[in-house]
Design a protein around this ligand. Structure first.
Ligand code: FES
Ligand code: FES
Length: 79
């Protein structure tokens, strides 16, 4: 298992829609952070699908090391 690239050591704030599914980039290589753009093909990582339960702002992990992925859990402060 390869290690993810840190896209940024901070979350990405994104407005999400209830019921909509998003593909979070787990590898850190996407140019469309925080979402997957297919760049993981050079790795053994795959995007993580996540469905929003409510409409509003979500904070997606940018460091790719969150334990609560795809959302930021503060782990970026320790890496
Ligand atoms: Fe990173 Fe797809 S580009 S998981
Ligand atoms: Fe990854 Fe916060 S940005 S835990």
């Amino acid at each position: 298992m390869s290690h993810p690239t840190i896209a940024q050591k901070a979350p990405y704030k994104m407005t999400v829609e209830a019921g909509k599914t998003y593909s979070w980039c787990s590898c850190g290589l996407s140019k469309k952070q925080p979402l997957c753009d297919g760049s993981h093909k050079t790795t053994d990582m795959t995007p993580q699908r996540w469905t929003a339960t409510k409409t509003g702002d979500a904070y997606f992990c940018g460091c790719k090391h969150s334990v609560n992925r795809p959302l930021c859990d503060g782990t970026h402060g320790k890496i």
